[in-house]
Design a protein around this ligand. Structure first.
Ligand code: SF4
Ligand code: SF4
Length: 179
């Protein structure tokens, strides 16, 4: 595999569409993605959390949603857990620079099965038409933290899991997708 580059340094080929029926992934024809499990996205990148995520997590933590959820002044949902805000690094306490659900030593998500849908689909962004593309196309700076993309030939097999995650995101957050 070719060494990872920052997104803005890639010579992107024409976009192709990987068709999963209700979900379509649009990607440059010369870029593939494979998560290196570095955990950077859980340390450095903010993500919106949806109500359906909170309900699922509430079951996991055996606490009512009202105890673990609050809203930011702009109306977006964030999670509240053990008196720390969850998911957006800038909302964490000064001494913590990661999502509080990340086990910093093992570099693993401690709520992996119940993690927010947006965590399942990263680094893809899904629009209201069911079309997903790399978030780096819209927010190239995020690529500075993510070493998972490479020059290579995309194929559907590689993205089956992501298509499932995107489908789940689509089913639980239709309003979010139209924003
Ligand atoms: S919930 Fe899990 S996957 Fe999502 S940011 Fe936190 S540690 Fe990472
Ligand atoms: S930053 Fe990219 S490569 Fe690292 S864990 Fe997150 S998605 Fe995977």
């Amino acid at each position: 595999m070719t060494r990872p580059l920052f997104w803005h340094e890639l010579k992107l080929g024409p976009r192709i569409t990987l068709d999963f029926g209700d979900i379509k992934i649009v990607t440059p024809d010369n870029v593939i993605f494979e998560c290196s499990r570095c955990g950077n996205c859980c340390r450095a990148i903010s993500a919106d959390v949806k109500e359906a995520d909170i309900i699922r997590l509430s079951k996991k933590l055996k606490r009512p949603p009202s105890e673990i959820a609050t809203k930011r002044p702009d109306g977006k949902l964030v999670l509240w857990h053990e008196k720390e805000y969850y998911i957006s690094p800038q909302t964490l306490t000064q001494s913590v620079s990661r999502c509080i659900f990340l086990d910093g030593e093992k570099n693993l998500c401690t709520i992996y099965e119940d993690r927010p849908a947006v965590c399942m689909t990263f680094p893809f962004h899904l629009d209201s038409n069911g079309v997903a593309s790399f978030i780096f196309e819209k927010w190239p700076d995020y690529s500075n933290y993510c070493p998972g993309f490479y020059y290579g030939t995309p194929n559907k097999d590689r993205y089956e899991d992501y298509a499932d995650g995107l489908r789940r995101l689509q089913s639980i957050t239709p309003k979010y997708l139209s924003q």
